[in-house]
Design a protein. Structure first.
Length: 326
C-alpha cells in the first residue's frame, strides 16, 4: 500500500511538466482565445499526469515569490515568451521532479550570497563607506564583494546596481580602484559613477571624472575605452557600445524614483518589479504604450495609480497581482 501523500509527491513526467510550463506562460500573457481554452482543457483531461503537472505548475506560481528574488522577477518579466518557458520548465522540473529540489536551490543561493560582503534585499537600498573612504550605495537586490590588497582595490558586482564616489587611497603609490562585472572591468579615475548589471550586459554611467572600461578581460586595462562625465555606455564581454549623453546629475533611484521618458510599458513594469515581489500583467493591446513621468519605486500602488491617471489605462486587482489594460 502506498504511504499517504506518496503518489502526490512522486516525480512527474518531465514532458508533462514542460507542457504545463508552456500553458502557464500563455495564461500569464493574457486570456486565452476560445479555441486555445478548449485545447487547454483537452490537454488537462488527456491524462492524470497532465493534471498533476498542471497542479504543480499552479503551486509553483503561488510559491514563486519565495524563490530568490532575482530569479523570480526575471522569470515572470522576461519579454521573450520562449525565454520565460525555458526558465519555467527548469523550475518545474526542479520543484516537480524531486521534492528536495527547491530546498537544494535555496541552499545554493545562500552559499552564493555568503560570498558577498554587501547584500540588499528586494526593495532595499544600503549605503556603505569602505576603508579607503570610497562611498558605495547599493540599489535593490544587489550583491557586492570587496577585495583590497597591497596593489589594488577591487569591487566585484555579482548582481544588481551600485553608485560609487571614489575615495583617496592612502597607499603609496595609490592602488587602482576597479569594479568588475560579468562583462568586464572598469577603472575609476577620481570619479563618481553608476554600474548596473543586466543579463548579458553592463551599463556604466559616469557623473564626475572619468572611467576606463574594458570588456571581457580582468587584466591590465591600459588603453581601454574612456567614458567621461555626462556619458553612459553599455558593453558586453566582446564589445563596447556607443557613448550616450546623460542629463541628470545622479541616477533617479538614489531619490527612490523611476524616471521614464517614452519608456515601453513592459519595460516600465520590469523596472518597478526590481523593487517589489508583486506580479503585474500587461494586456498585449498596450504593447505600443510609451510611458513618461516620474514614479516612486517603493510604492507600487501609487505608481500604478499615477500611470492610470496620466496615461488613461485601467489598473485592477487579480487573483495573482495587478493587471493593466485599456
Amino acid at each position: 500500500m502506498n504511504e499517504p501523500g506518496k503518489a502526490r509527491d512522486a516525480a512527474i513526467d518531465p514532458g508533462a511538466l514542460a507542457q504545463a510550463a508552456d500553458w502557464l506562460v500563455r495564461l500569464q500573457e493574457g486570456p486565452l482565445a476560445p479555441a486555445q481554452q478548449a485545447e487547454f482543457e483537452r490537454w488537462r483531461q488527456h491524462s492524470s499526469e497532465n493534471e498533476r503537472a498542471w497542479k504543480r505548475a499552479l503551486r509553483l506560481l503561488e510559491r514563486i515569490e519565495n524563490l530568490p528574488p532575482s530569479l523570480a522577477r526575471r522569470t515572470l518579466a522576461r519579454p521573450d515568451a520562449c525565454a520565460r518557458r525555458t526558465v519555467m520548465r527548469t523550475l518545474l522540473v526542479l520543484i516537480g521532479a524531486a521534492p528536495l529540489g527547491l530546498l537544494s536551490w535555496r541552499a545554493f543561493e545562500r552559499r552564493k550570497a555568503m560570498d558577498a560582503d554587501y547584500l540588499t534585499a528586494l526593495g532595499e537600498r544600503h549605503d556603505a563607506t569602505l576603508e579607503d573612504g570610497t562611498q558605495v550605495l547599493l540599489n535593490t537586490d544587489t550583491a557586492l564583494t570587496v577585495h583590497f590588497s597591497s596593489d589594488l582595490r577591487l569591487l566585484h558586482l555579482r548582481r544588481g546596481e551600485i553608485y560609487l564616489r571614489s575615495g583617496t587611497d592612502s597607499h603609496v603609490p595609490p592602488r587602482p580602484l576597479l569594479v568588475q562585472s560579468e562583462q568586464g572591468l572598469m577603472r575609476a579615475l577620481g570619479t563618481t559613477f553608476n554600474v548596473r548589471q543586466f543579463d548579458g550586459e553592463t551599463l556604466l554611467a559616469v557623473y564626475e571624472g572619468a572611467v576606463q572600461a574594458r570588456p571581457g578581460g580582468t587584466g591590465d586595462i591600459a588603453g581601454a575605452g574612456i567614458v567621461n562625465a555626462g556619458q553612459q555606455v553599455r558593453f558586453r564581454s566582446d564589445r563596447i557600445g556607443l557613448r550616450e549623453r546623460i542629463t541628470r546629475a545622479a541616477p533617479a533611484w538614489l531619490d527612490g524614483l523611476l524616471l521614464a521618458d517614452e519608456m515601453p510599458v513592459q519595460q516600465w513594469v520590469q523596472e518597478l518589479m526590481r523593487y517589489d515581489h508583486g506580479i503585474i500583467v500587461v494586456d498585449p493591446s498596450l504593447d505600443g504604450l510609451l510611458v513618461s513621468g516620474t514614479f516612486p519605486v517603493n510604492d507600487l500602488k501609487l505608481a500604478l495609480t499615477m500611470l492610470a491617471q496620466t496615461h488613461g489605462v485601467r489598473v485592477r486587482m487579480t487573483g495573482r497581482g495587478m493587471a493593466i489594460s485599456r
